[in-house]
Design a protein around this ligand. Sequence first.
Ligand code: HEM
Ligand code: SF4
Length: 573
Amino acid sequence: MTDEVSRNERIKEASNYLRGTLAEGLREEITGAIVEDDQQLVKFHGMYLQDDRDLRPERTRKKMEKAFAFMIRVRISGGVLSAQQWLALDQVARDYGNHTMRLTTRQTVQLHGIIKSNLKATLKEIDGALLNSIAACGDVNRNVMCGANPDQGPVHAAALELARAISDHLTPQTPAYREIWLDGERIAGGEEDVVEPIYGKTYLPRKFKIVVAVPPSNDVDIFAHDLGYIAILDGKGGVAGWNVTVGGGMGMTHGEEDTYPRTADIMGFCKTGDAVKIAEAVVTVQRDWGDRANRKHARLKYTIEDRGLDFFRAEVVRRSGVLLEEAKPFTFTSTGDRYGWGDGADGRSHLTLYVQNGRLLDGATTKQMSALRQIAQNHDGEFRITPNQNLIVANIPPERRTEIHWLAKEAGLLAPWSGLRRNSMACVALPTCGLALAESERYLPDLMTALDERLAAHGLSADDIVIRMTGCPNGCARPYLAEIGLVGKGPGRYNLYLGAAFDGSRLNKLYREDLDHAGIVAALDPVFAAYAGDRQKGERFGDFTVRAGFVAATRNGRDFHANVGEQAERAGR
Ligand code: HEM
Ligand code: SF4
């Protein structure tokens, strides 16, 4: 580590608590963009400046500015929205966005294609629905996730309450958001400890992600996150407390072996009353110990690798004044969603819908946004976004069941038969994401059609197999925890990873590099064949690929890059 700090640290420091020159930049009509430093700051307000990469060649030819537009990510703790809030976001997407809504892998909604001159109007409407986008991106605590299954009654309610409490406690205090986007009164920046008592002037070294899980479901993918809480039941239908996990993260860079995904460690157990204190202590230790010189080494996972879990835990205990107890036993069974109808309290029901890669739109044949609008009208229950980019319509009264079922069916929102599709996720990638090296959301459905054909040939169509794709190694769809992980390397080319655990507890391992479409299908077909023929009873695909010697097991982040490639061939099989 050096004493030098990265450029982003200087931008944060000079920003006067995230103001920068955003207010002036918005008034600048000559360009659809904002200046470079403000592009970093606007992330803390929940936005990314992007451009339509499909249009780049044509616009360059015509000597035009890139087709700039913003992506806005809403902050939705636990992914729970009222029907009114759903309707408001749907309206905003149609009035100011690209007429689609993108449900994300972290239980929020992204709106794409919002031009600069519409940003303020958009954020005002979002504010009118009692929502905001503060800290949805940037070097701060992001959206706090929570297990999505509403059937679990009081335990789920306790988990959601904790997620909301942590989110509120760690939301940046700066008045900049209100000032810039909502024409709030300018409040002079005060002393550091007054404006941001937890973060200070330079916020965190890097993004920070928190989740709350309710076993046996690991839908939140707890081991992929910086900080996590696992509900431990008291045997009387309530929560006795929480196991606390730290140091998970996905992002890495191709070809740089000192960057790697890492599964979180279990740090101990705490009571509900202490959980927020622990969150604050973990965040402030990372604020002070995290690497501010090298952004590729700045996540909590590297702080814990470098300093050791015991040393880290001792500092958290010291700062919080909470003595962490031994972690308690728990069991996770899967990271997926339970599709279809489920029964809730009071004779009401829930319907978990399948949303392909989280993208909702009114297409030529299916009208998904319209169907959900119809469902939302007169709905006094909630809409819950799942961590798998799906949607639960919760608390449906018996008299609306049939109508809602048909609306969802017509719109193609009921879960497909294919076990692969039911367990699939893709990040956005092209055309909006500036970091994408390859397609993801627009390509995965076609790849799955080809793979489904092979799976059917081996009698595996209905088997649950987790597949996730991203357009670059940053890992937004958590591909390193998928039984089949595909990570973009360049246009039309992907690295293929195998061997993750179905319950989200073990990372996968690089199996083949730089494959095109035909190469992916050809690489997987024999693995499917072997699985169909040789699996043990109940054995999951990921576990099988390790046992059968296709890949070595990854024990944790540090050995993610070790023993890569086809193990069976190496062993001379
Ligand atoms: C390490 C570096 C990362 C960078 C620089 C990064 C950057 C981005 C960008 C630019 C987008 C916007 C894409 C678009 O909507 O057009 C995006 C989307 C997203 N990212 Fe990341 N990301 C990183 C890692 C992660 C990880 C590890 C996660 C989750 C654990 C994550 C979660 C998301 C989510 C939920 C979205 C929304 C779209 C989706 O569901 O795919 N990001 N990210
Ligand atoms: S994984 Fe890469 S390509 Fe996909 S959305 Fe994230 S940053 Fe973009």
